[in-house]
Design a protein around this ligand. Structure first.
Ligand code: SAM
Length: 292
């Protein structure tokens, strides 16, 4: 069972306009809610292939999606290879692709992944073994990168105003002992920044930044959009849900150029009701484009 509450499900389906007999790919299976909505919308004979880099997402959704039989396929695969996955599963060319970026609540709460600054765990942060090509972990970054490179990651991927102080704090702390756990890093960050009363935890931005760097999230998104342009039919649609401005900027730029025709001129946001019921949805933005 998943704890993850999927965002903008209705809006994503309306954007993709699934049809009976159509072939769809959900690049971010997670808890399976979007995949199930796609399967229902392309009934009785449409097919959906779902990918996730996190093996436990595949295991978790097997039961939920079993009723759809051979109409549903899944693979442990990075969505940067979505064209290859669609071809390997005999689904290319596709009618629609969905990417709902970031991580699921199940992953955030999984102490073995080290993604949460509230739960002690190893400083890994890879969403799965194929999340990057070089096996890089957050522990590698904080224990071996230069102070300048750590500062750059925190500042570019986290928009962290205290990036320099935190980077120096990390490099000082590692002189006495390797930083191995999430809570070790949290205490280094908390010691490095001025105490400003805020409802945002002081490690929020640094953790986001390290996760983006470890999973190579921005580069992967660019590669996936290119892969989508190769594997979609003319008139096929790509819908992408982003959670921060760095991702949204990449999608906006890509959709402004060939071979895309942006269906959403401005990104769609969740309804007030959805934000009330699921506060995590407040930063979601959905953009949809058609492959010309
Ligand atoms: C926000 S959740 C998706 C939730 C899903 N739409 C649902 O209905 O529950 C994002 C999922 O995408 C996966 N993911 C993130 N980056 C990925 C990548 N590059 N390739 C494949 N899966 C990825 C994560 O492991 C996570 O399970």
């Amino acid at each position: 069972m998943t704890k993850h509450i999927a965002v903008m499900v209705q809006e994503a389906i309306e954007g993709l306009q699934p049809q009976p007999g159509g072939r769809y790919l959900d690049g971010t299976l997670g808890g399976g809610t979007h995949t199930r909505a796609l399967l229902q919308a392309c009934a009785p004979d449409g097919k959906v292939l779902s990918l996730d880099v996190d093996r436990s997402a595949l295991a978790r959704t097997r039961e939920l999606l079993a009723p759809y039989g051979a109409r549903w396929m899944c693979a442990e695969e990075n969505f940067r290879h979505l064209d290859r996955a669609a071809e390997a599963n005999g689904l290319a060319p596709l009618d629609g692709i969905l990417l709902d970026l970031g991580l699921s609540s199940d992953e955030l709460d999984d102490p073995t992944k080290g993604l949460s600054f509230r739960i002690d765990g190893p400083l890994d942060m890879r969403l799965g073994p194929h999340a990057n090509d070089d096996g890089l972990t957050a522990a590698d970054i904080v224990n071996t990168w230069t102070v300048q490179d750590i500062e750059r990651v925190l500042s570019v991927f986290g928009e962290e105003p205290f990036a320099r102080r935190i980077a120096h704090g990390i490099v000082d702390a590692r002189k006495s002992a390797r930083i191995i756990g999430t809570l070790d890093l949290v205490s280094v960050i908390t010691r490095s920044v001025p105490h400003i009363p805020s409802h945002i935890h002081p490690a929020t931005k640094a953790f986001q930044a390290l996760r983006i760097a470890v999973n190579d999230e921005l580069e992967t998104l660019k590669i996936a959009i290119e892969a989508a342009s190769r594997v979609l039919k003319p008139g096929g649609r790509l819908a992408i849900i982003t959670f921060h401005s760095l991702e949204d900027r990449i999608v906006k730029r890509a959709f402004a150029a060939e071979p895309w025709n942006a269906i959403t001129k401005k990104p769609l946001a969740p309804s007030e009701q959805e934000v009330m019921e699921n506060p995590r949805s407040r930063s979601a933005k959905l953009r949809v484009a058609e492959r010309m």
